[in-house]
Design a protein around this ligand. Sequence first.
Ligand code: ZN
Length: 286
Amino acid sequence: MQLGLNQATTMKNADMELDICLCDEIGFYWLELRTEDKLPAYLKRHSFVELAEEFSRRRLKPLSLNAIIFFNNRSSEETRKIFAEFREMVASARAIGARQIVAVPLISSTERFHRREIHKSCVEMLREFSDIAGEASLSISFEFIGHPDATVNDFLSAYDIVVNVDRPNVGLVLDCFHFHAMGSRVEDLEQSDPSRIFIVHLDDAEDLPRGALRDEHRLWPGEGAIDLDAILGTLKKNGWDGPITVELFRPEYYALPPEEVVRKAYESARDVVSRHFCLDEVGDVI
Ligand code: ZN
């Protein structure tokens, strides 16, 4: 089991170079790269080749690009743009050596779609992504969002979509916050095929009612109301053994020194995850 950090956790504390340096030193094995801000900011001053070289010198490796967002149930003009953006991300992932692209479903407070339309659109789009990414041996990790306005906001709906897509390079991101936020059931996780889950996002949350949680309510793993032991214990029982990355978006944490954030993320994740999985610990905490 190898731990990673999603760059959202240090969104306002650190840039690409600092994330890479701190994560590698402190003991993370994976980094999930943000394509919305940190990657383009880095590319203003550097090249893809330099980024690939940064990783080649270290144990830390790029896991995924985050993310192609709001890809389903869009107009034909919007869909054309999404495919163009996705092809660009595939080229970037190849250049950097990232293995996966995270795909996030549409969130809209104005448009409403029936579940059948959502399922159909997601399946069609993810199959197209699978074809495009397959040429570059990349995978797509579909991340349901635990928000009432998200078109796919629970584990079972997302799982049904990837099962229906039925491609080896399309699976799920199981974000513990999103799993908890809209009441996904551990019983459904228990029944699932672990090979369909590509990444787990680790986090915790304030104890708010279903539908009221937002990203800023995320807490360090182990410090909130999510039953992380039930989720991780079920994954372990099912034989799952993929990457687990810490992903937080908390404004208070953005005010902390970057080294403190990365270290706390690592230590809190290690403490929670090691109750269920054997960690590949390389280099102890400095
Ligand atoms: Zn996530």
